[in-house]
Design a protein around this ligand. Structure first.
Ligand code: PEP
Ligand code: MN
Length: 254
């Protein structure tokens, strides 16, 4: 049963909440190039994973604390807000001191001890939907956080696992109006992980906004074909600029 997250007033956002950046923090140069471009365009929230939850233990696992230091440099240099994932409770304190929004990834949505710990912080939490989570399970995860006192939670629909394998996941846009009906929390959509295909990010971004999403999370890389993770679903700068402009126009009409 969810009780806490249904309370409080709905936040009225006049602006589209856009979170963009590479899947992983790879090195200083890629981050600097990307943040400089995004900041110029007007994007306020930058993403980048320092700790990466990779399916294969042989894949790039992220730079860890070295990546967090790069994110801190970006914050100081460009005055942007940083969104990054915490994988392990042991890193939480350092992350609280370094980033503006703490992401709980899909794989950790059911990590109740972690949810309780971040619920004790006063950070904004970006709670991604579990890979196989029902909407009810996802809302209960948010409830775990809110029960500890922190109801500054943004939900993120990032696709779920279904029998369909043409796309990496099946983006469940039903979740957007359902979450709006059930809670006072903001909900954004991640069409990058939701589709796993770069060419689908543009249409599904606009569809998300038409469905009532408060914002988007999009993976952007200067050279997606050379990205160390999720390059196949990352858009380049030119593609991102088009998405950003059209998404903002659409947002004003919904
Ligand atoms: C990510 O945002 O890079 C990520 C790993 O997402 P998810 O937890 O949705 O798979
Ligand atoms: Mn990714």
């Amino acid at each position: 049963m969810v009780k806490k997250i249904t309370k409080g007033s709905r936040k009225n956002n006049e602006k589209l909440l856009m979170i963009a950046g590479p899947c992983s923090v790879e090195n200083y140069e890629v981050m600097d190039k990307t943040v400089s471009f995004l900041k110029n365009l007007g994007v306020e929230y930058i993403r980048g994973g320092a700790f990466k939850p990779r399916t294969s233990p042989y894949s790039f696992q992220g730079l860890g604390m070295e990546g967090v230091e790069i994110l801190k440099d970006m914050k100081t240099k460009y005055g942007v807000k940083i969104v990054s994932e915490v994988l392990d409770i042991r890193d939480l304190e350092e992350m609280i001191n370094s980033v503006d929004v703490i992401q709980v990834g899909s794989r950790n949505m059911y990590n109740y001890p972690l949810l309780k710990e971040i619920g004790k912080t006063n950070k904004t939490i970006l709670l991604k939907r579990g890979i196989s989570a029902t909407i009810e399970e996802w809302l209960n995860a948010a409830e775990y956080i809110a029960l500890e006192g922190n109801d500054d939670i943004i939900l993120c629909e990032r696709g779920i696992r279904t029998f369909e394998n043409y796309t990496r996941n099946t983006l469940d846009l039903n979740a957007v109006p359902v979450v709006k009906e059930r809670t006072s929390l903001r909900i954004i959509v991640d069409p990058s992980h939701g589709t796993g295909r770069r060419e689908l990010v543009y249409p599904m971004s606009l569809a998300s906004i038409a469905a009532g999403a408060d914002g988007l999370l999009i993976e952007v890389h200067p050279e997606p074909e050379n990205a160390l993770s999720d390059g196949f679903q990352s858009v380049n700068f030119e593609e991102f600029e088009l998405i950003y402009k059209r998404a903002n126009e659409t947002f004003k009409c919904v």
